[in-house]
Design a protein. Structure first.
Length: 254
């Protein structure tokens, strides 16, 4: 983001807040902010008290204290072991990856099912795997050296075990936040062309707001150009009471 008057730029951040792949409403809303401070997440979420799938980023902690329910991301837990196995061929990391792979195989099986049935199968198949993984992690943590790479990988999961396990009890909740992270890809691909935002205001309005509409249109199977062209054409005469019909998940071309 340009820093007015200084001929310099200031690092800014885009937060992605997306519904899960299991939600009837397909949407993502981006928030452009000048930092990664947790206050930006709190300001965006305000009084919302839903379930938030995320990694261990400290900026969300205050939101959990205010009533937001933390759902741990299994992909981030897996990544700790994957990196350790990739660099050191750790056998312990490999064993952890095998357990986690079983969980993802179950998720592949239930991906297209209704939430209630998904939850039922998770209870039948995934809960025993999670129990074995937890017991194995506790046993290994007592054996590995304090401060070692494998101890840090184990600690990451063990300290977040309650959050990592919550997806088992709600079929509407995903096992990880990869779906939301994928919604950041358009920004990662485009930023070398866009270079910078002119100000915080332009970042929030021109960048985050417009990109929220474009990416949400894509998630709903619309061509973004056709969607925006139609919406901008209808907007001046659209009744205020019917404005929500122009949102990507409700829009119908005329």
């Amino acid at each position: 983001m340009l820093a007015p008057g200084s001929k310099k730029t200031h690092r800014s951040y885009v937060w992605a807040h997306a519904t899960s792949q299991f939600c009837e409403t397909a949407a993502v809303v981006y928030d452009f902010s000048p930092s990664r401070a947790g206050e930006h997440a709190r300001n965006f979420l305000q009084g919302w008290k839903g379930k938030l799938v995320c990694d261990d980023f400290g900026g969300y902690k205050a939101s959990f204290e205010l009533g937001v329910i933390e759902i741990g991301c299994m992909a981030h837990a897996r990544r700790k072991f994957f990196e350790l196995h990739a660099t050191n061929k750790s056998q312990l990391a490999e064993q952890a990856l095998r357990y986690i792979q079983l969980l993802y195989e179950i998720e592949s099986e239930v991906r297209d099912l209704e939430s209630d049935l998904r939850c039922q199968i998770r209870q039948e198949k995934a809960v025993p795997v999670m129990d074995r993984l937890h017991a194995w992690m506790i046993a290994q943590r007592d054996l590995v050296p304090e401060g070692s790479a494998i101890s840090r990988a184990l600690d990451y999961s063990l300290k977040r075990w309650a959050a990592l396990s919550r997806y088992l009890n709600d079929g509407a909740v995903p096992i990880d936040n990869n779906w939301a992270e994928n919604q950041i890809l358009p920004w990662a691909l485009g930023r070398n062309n866009w270079l910078f935002a002119g100000s915080l205001r332009s970042g929030k309005r021109a960048a985050a707001a417009i990109m929220s509409l474009i990416q949400s249109a894509r998630l709903n199977g619309h061509d973004p150009y056709a969607y925006l062209k139609d919406v901008l054409t209808r907007l001046p005469t659209q009744r205020a009471s019917e404005m929500d019909q122009l949102l990507p998940h409700k829009w119908q071309p005329v």
